[in-house]
Design a protein around this ligand. Structure first.
Ligand code: ATP
Ligand code: MG
Length: 780
């Protein structure tokens, strides 16, 4: 049965009740974090159904992420039961896919169109640009892609852009031409990119008013959560589905301009600011009571966000009382920081009966999770990484480790076959099958059979060459591994296999995050070598296997950030700590929150150094993070952090300074001075330069829309990285050299040239063959 009207209004404050009951005109609910916006939206939907004002099929609820959609469905299901199952509660993208699949024929597509992710899209754009003979150095495909995406989000299609572009501007001209070709090719391929999903739905509704009308009649109630994060195309879509005049559907939007954190995807706070202009008859309700957090937490968050310019001041209050002080901690390094976190969780379990499921740990970028994961594993605290896979389960990490395992053990068929065509090197299933058959027949390992690929029946010459090339590659890499150690081997693997190059060429933000995770893996190996000067690659791999297998908490299927809400719910139920990026944390709440890595250059991001708008966005992200906490809030940072395999001295985040001092109880204070504002001496633009990790020139377009996805990469960091041109030390026989692990030695032979120069060096520990490009070698 359905809950009574009274039950659905019970406990709501007068403004919330008004918002739930409101009927007729469009409704805008603007309010700060934790004031019950999402709760009101859910109750309102339940109320519409319970009072018979709407059938559940007439409701379209739109949220910004799949996680939020799942969470809302859960809340509504708790109120009205199974009806919630068949309701349209989804993201903009999934709603549009659903509509387009039904109506595809109307836009000249068939309903099984494919959806191109940004990698596919970049590949196609690169191809089109190449056919147009555009110089990729002058017109980076990635920059073109970003521009086209921005245009689509503004609902400017190729024709419209062609007629308005400034043809005296070479870049605009290039974009116009590529946009046209790209659009044609997408059509030929019966495909849409992500931006198309929204834009095409809007165009379709505009071109077929009767169709739009049918959706308006169907969805009599449209409700949008996190409205501050809609871009123009999404805004227009809402307008199309709602319609105008007396026939218009009822529109409810809720949002908080202080929590707008997706400007990099074209989100426009104006949509919320101008709502009242667009819908003159709209009713606006403000919610001012926060039900989530203690006063101390709220005061800290308010104090930080109040630094942002041009925002109306909000009066958010709570009846909760002051609560605990915020606890601050400055780690000596990221391990110390992580250890403090683990200890605190432990202490709270003992003293407060806290469960791990009550705790969330946030970080700015995905790669930061690794050091925290290591400590949690070591102390045996179960955890779950949301919106990402646990470090050692990430595809790129598994791939890299698979290579290393093969170098140690060429007969490891499983790992060998995992990377056989990863990255793609023209070894298809058939060739793999032929080699496997040969191995079977001769009862040898796959590697042994691969060495004789030319004898495998049924293999095309091209495949034979591809397989033999792969064998050669592995042999070369094995040499690096024995001669130069684990870290050099890993770096060589990533470079020489083309694995990194492939990721760098992609604009998929996930791929950018993969590069960052691999950098983190390099840091892990370097650290291992430092701590175990005698350790071999094999021993390193052994240790990693232990960490990776240490706990067997069931994990969400790989890549299912869609299930993040379910994952969070599961984490809470199972009583495990939740790890996530700040961006994924939006809309959620936890009794205990750790905000980690509060460091200048990391959070706020380096990128915001030169751009006040970016800094304001980072501050909103801080506000989002701080306001997730209900009872206890921790802010932590570390003085030294290894990034890209190097130690960085990071001063405190300015956001820490913006929290009133009397609210924070510092358990350990840093020794490094606070830097206010930008330009601190330690933040030279070269801080990431000189490392092995190169970003490739395509990264430098400055147009990367990557900040802050689940898969996040600090764009500024990326821009500052240099090409992986480690200078090759010129040595000749007789030279005295120093190797970071093997100590001093004498060169007794030199082979090869350029990148491939190998030096034979006699050390105390014995003779080593070192690939000079990678060996940490200096001439004495
Ligand atoms: P955010 O801006 O972070 O998305 P929000 O405004 O959507 O926050 P909710 O998540 O809806 O806020 O609510 C925050 C918390 O306060 C939830 O735990 C919710 O159940 C609780 N809450 C909201 N309104 C009330 C109320 N009237 N009485 C008791 N608890 C409430
Ligand atoms: Mg909310």
């Amino acid at each position: 049965g359905l809950p009574s009207r009274e039950a659905l209004l019970q406990g709501l404050n007068p403004q919330q009740e008004e918002a739930v009951k409101h009927a007729g005109s469009p409704l805008l609910i603007v309010a700060g974090a934790g004031s019950g916006k999402t709760r009101v939206l859910s109750n309102r939907i339940a109320y519409l159904i319970a009072t018979g004002r709407a059938h559940h099929g007439e409701i379209l609820a739109i949220t910004f992420t799949n996680k939020a959609a799942a969470e809302m469905r859960e809340r509504i299901e708790a109120l009205v039961g199974n009806r919630a199952k068949s309701m349209w509660i989804s993201t903009f993208h999934s709603s549009c896919v659903r509509i387009l699949r039904r109506e595809a024929t109307n836009v000249g597509l068939n309903s099984n169109f494919s959806i191109y992710d940004s990698t596919d899209s970049l590949r196609l754009i690169t191809l089109v640009a190449k056919n147009l003979e555009l110089d990729p150095k002058r017109f980076a495909p990635k920059a073109i892609q970003h521009k086209i995406s921005a245009l689509k989000n503004e609902l400017i299609d190729d024709d419209a852009f062609a007629s308005t572009a400034n043809y005296n501007e070479p870049f605009e001209q290039a974009v116009a031409e590529v946009f046209k070709g790209y659009t044609q090719r997408l059509r030929q391929a019966n495909a849409m990119d992500f931006d198309d999903l929204i834009a095409q739905t809007v165009y379709m509704f505009r071109a077929f008013p009767a169709l739009a009308e049918s959706y308006r009649r169907r969805f009599r109630h449209v409700l949008v959560d996190e409205y501050q994060d809609t871009n123009h195309a999404q805004y227009a879509l809402v307008r199309e589905i709602v319609g105008e005049g007396p026939q218009a559907s009822e529109l409810t939007v809720v949002g908080d301009s202080d929590q707008s954190i997706y400007a990099f995807r074209g989100a426009d706070i104006r949509n919320i600011v101008e709502f009242e202009k667009d819908y003159p008859e709209a009713r606006t309700i403000k919610l001012e009571q926060n039900y989530r957090s203690t006063q101390n937490i709220l005061s800290a968050a308010n104090s930080v966000i109040s630094r942002n310019p041009n925002r109306p001041d909000k009066k958010l209050w709570t009846a909760e009382g002051d609560g605990e002080k915020i606890i601050g901690y400055v780690g000596e390094n990221e391990h110390d920081e992580a250890q403090f976190i683990a200890k605190e969780i432990d202490r709270l379990q003992d003293e407060d009966g806290l469960r791990p499921g009550d705790v969330a740990i946030f970080y700015r970028t995905n790669a930061q999770s690794r050091s925290i994961e290591d400590v949690l594993v070591r102390v045996g605290l179960p955890y779950k990484v949301v919106g990402g896979t646990r470090f050692y389960e990430r595809k790129e990490i598994k791939d890299a480790l698979a290579y290393l395992r093969v170098l140690v053990n060429p007969d490891d068929d499983v790992n060998l076959r995992r990377v056989l065509n990863e990255p793609k090197r023209g070894i298809g299933d058939r060739a793999e099958g032929a080699v496997a058959a040969l191995a079977e027949r001769e009862r040898t390992s796959f590697m042994a059979a691969a060495r004789k690929a030319d004898q495998a029946p049924g293999m095309a010459t091209r495949s034979v060459n591809a397989v033999l090339g792969f064998v050669k590659l592995l042999d070369d890499l094995a040499e690096v591994a024995t001669g130069s150690g684990a870290a050099a081997a890993l770096e060589a693997v990533l470079e020489q296999t083309g694995y990194l190059a492939g990721l760098r060429a992609s604009t998929d933000p996930q791929d950018e995050s993969r590069v960052e995770n691999l950098a983190e893996l390099v840091a892990v190996v370097r650290e291992y070598e430092r701590d175990n000067p005698e350790g071999s690659l094999g021993e390193f791999l052994e240790q990693v296997s232990l960490v990776a297998d240490a706990d067997q908490i069931p994990d969400a299927p790989e890549g299912s950030s869609a299930d993040a809400a379910a994952a969070v719910a599961e984490a809470k139920r199972m009583g495990v700590v939740t790890l996530m990026t700040l961006h994924t944390a939006k809309g959620l709440e936890f009794p205990v929150v750790f905000l980690t890595g509060m460091e200048h250059g990391l959070f706020p991001h380096q990128r915001s150094a030169t751009d006040p708008k970016e800094l304001a966005e980072e501050r909103r992200l801080a506000y989002v993070g701080l306001t997730r906490a209900r009872k206890r809030l921790y802010v932590t940072r570390s003085e030294v952090r290894s990034m890209w395999g190097q130690s960085q001295y990071n001063p405190a985040s300015q956001f820490l300074e913006e929290i009133p001092g009397e609210l924070v109880d510092w358990k350990r204070e840093g020794t490094s001075r606070q830097v206010s504002g930008w330009g601190g001496a330690s933040i030279g633009s070269n801080r990431y330069g000189g490392s092995f990790w190169g970003a490739g020139t395509a990264r430098g377009t400055g147009a990367s829309p990557t900040a802050g996805f689940d898969a996040d990469v600090p764009a500024a960091v990326v821009r500052n990285r240099v090409q992986p041109q480690k200078e090759i030390v010129a040595v000749s026989v007789g030279d005295k050299v120093n190797h970071t692990s093997f100590g001093n030695g004498t060169v007794i032979g030199v082979e090869g040239s350029g990148d491939k120069t190998v030096a034979k060096v006699k050390f105390d520990v014995g003779e080593k063959r070192l690939l000079l490009r990678y060996a940490p070698l200096t001439k004495l």
